[in-house]
Design a protein. Structure first.
Length: 255
């Protein structure tokens, strides 16, 4: 997921360039492009939104609450990764996920952009890559800087989130079994089968500035710390890194 927090409810289209982990648990990053699109239906709070590999629709016409369906794409892990061991493992196919989200926007004071957003989602896989569900919960603090930057409005955000995953999800992305055991001789022929539960802690952050009436510039990132059985996986502990970083920049045209 791309860690962009759109600061305002506007119709916009844009593109971001981000450095993301080469695979889930990797110690190397790769560059990706991320489309950005948001359209709000006139006279309502209903909208559709695309941020990178995730699309959602808000079906609640309220100022403080949003909820609706979402679709997410999770990229494959195959021999294209930049790790000599992991590239030899059985590939993990690209996954499509579908579920629901809900978000509550709590104002801090009378300033429209000064608020805390409480967010949660739950999704399941739709194409047989893994069984069970995954879920996120997150709180994001949004702060409008009074001075801005070079006379332009500046809005910052920082958050804290938790990611849970099913046993089959964690086995698919962090497990070692079957012929893959030959690549990890330190396992002594024993499978590594992670359990379900808390998989990572996430801290998103960013700054957005409306540099003109039509253009919004955003610099954003996310630190993600793998925990528990995901952190202890030989894929992460021996061949990767529990610390996962995503960072990039995006420009959006407001119409």
């Amino acid at each position: 997921m791309i860690p962009i927090q759109l600061p305002q409810e506007a119709d916009l289209i844009g593109l971001g360039v981000f450095s993301v982990p080469d695979f889930y648990g990797s110690d190397k990053n790769e560059g990706v492009a991320a489309p950005i699109l948001r359209y709000q239906f006139k006279g309502t709070k209903l909208y559709g939104q695309i941020l990178g590999p995730e699309a959602l629709v808000n079906l609640v016409d309220r100022e403080d609450f949003r909820a609706g369906p979402l679709i997410r794409f999770r990229s494959r892990r195959d021999d294209d990764v930049d790790n000599d061991i992991v590239k030899q493992m059985d590939p993990v196919a690209s996954a499509t996920e579908m579920g629901v989200f809900a978000a509550y926007h709590m104002p801090v004071d009378s300033r429209p952009f000064h608020k805390v957003i409480f967010y949660a989602d739950v999704v399941g896989n739709t194409n047989g890559v893994y069984n069970g569900a995954t879920g996120n919960v997150r709180a994001t603090y949004i702060y409008p800087f009074e001075q801005g930057m070079m006379g332009m409005p500046l809005i910052g955000h920082v958050g804290f989130g938790l990611f849970w995953a099913s046993k089959d999800f964690n086995e698919r992305y962090f497990g070692v079994r079957g012929r893959d055991l030959n690549l990890f001789p330190e396992r002594g022929g024993f499978d590594y089968r992670p359990d379900s539960g808390l998989t990572s802690i996430k801290i998103p952050f960013g700054l957005s500035s409306q540099v003109s009436p039509e253009w919004l510039l955003t610099v954003a990132g996310r630190y993600e710390a793998l925990v528990g059985d995901a952190k202890d996986s030989p894929i992460v502990d021996r061949q990767g890194n529990k610390n996962q970083w995503t960072i990039g920049i995006a420009a959006s045209y407001i119409f």
